[in-house]
Design a protein around this ligand. Structure first.
Ligand code: PGA
Length: 252
């Protein structure tokens, strides 16, 4: 089996002033030990350029955006295009976070277009999927995640798909302090990898990083990352503290 990339991405969501963010990034870069894990920092749009300047030239740290629009340019007041993000060296874009799906009514059709826009500008999408609590209680989580991946991602060509990172984030675990158990995470990640294998073949499936997200913290990261199909994490709350975030980065 191919060795897969390990990735830990910090999703700051709508938190931190520029100065707070700058101090956080300085602390992270000062204390980051050499690692093969790719570290992605996804601050709010308005901080991207400045944070990008701080991390410029440091190996293994990449700039991530939390969202983008699907159109190349145009009359979309308040929006940010993939082309703009690529022009300031953003490497990764989070697509379809459950908060975007829930509060901004993002549909699978929009997410497919956003994914295309990200890839067209040579960035890598971190495509989020995951079920809400009622779906998990009805044991329909695999159906739902399969549907999300088929409608948002599986239109891609095999070559394009090689750039994709997937984040499995059970909605009931996000910001709730309630983590999926390592076994629950592993089961879903193995299922997702199987879906990719059916669509694109085993080689691509084996090479695709699948991250877990949802109340991941320094005390549960190691056990989650030890699961054979868990290749890292998409970290919300714990990415706002340098010590916690670095402890997670060092949890492989
Ligand atoms: P959390 O958020 O780590 O605060 O649960 C994860 C996410 O929403 O990406």
């Amino acid at each position: 089996m191919q060795k897969r990339q390990h990735i830990v991405a910090g999703n700051w969501k709508m938190n931190l002033s520029y100065l707070e963010g700058r101090d956080l990034v300085r602390e992270i870069t000062d204390r980051l030990q050499p690692t093969e894990t790719l570290v992605v920092l996804a601050p709010p749009f308005i901080h991207l350029n400045n944070i990008g300047n701080i991390i410029h030239g440091i190996s293994n740290i990449y700039l991530g955006a939390q969202n983008c629009h699907w159109a190349e340019a145009g009359a979309y007041t308040g929006e940010v295009s993939a082309r703009m993000l690529a022009s300031i060296e953003v490497g990764f874009v989070i697509i379809g976070h459950s908060e975007r799906r829930e509060y901004f009514a993002e549909t699978d059709a929009m997410l497919a277009q956003k994914t295309d826009a990200v890839l067209a500008h040579n960035m890598r999408p971190i495509f989020c999927c995951g079920e809400k609590l009622d779906v998990r209680e009805a044991e329909k989580q695999e159906e739902l995640v399969s549907e999300q991946l088929h409608s948002g991602l599986f239109h891609l060509s095999p070559d394009a798909f090689r750039q994709v990172v997937i984040a499995y984030e059970p909605v009931w675990a996000i910001g709730t302090g309630k983590t999926a158990s390592p076994q629950q995470a592993q089961d879903m990640h193995a299922f997702i990898r199987q879906l990719i294998a059916e669509q694109y073949g085993q080689d691509i499936a084996d090479a695709t990083p699948i991250l877990y997200g949802g109340s991941c913290n320094p005390s549960n990261a190691r056990e989650l990352f030890q699961q054979p199909d868990v290749d890292g994490g998409l970290i919300g709350g714990a990415s706002l503290k340098a010590a916690d975030f670095l402890a997670i980065v060092n949890s492989f």
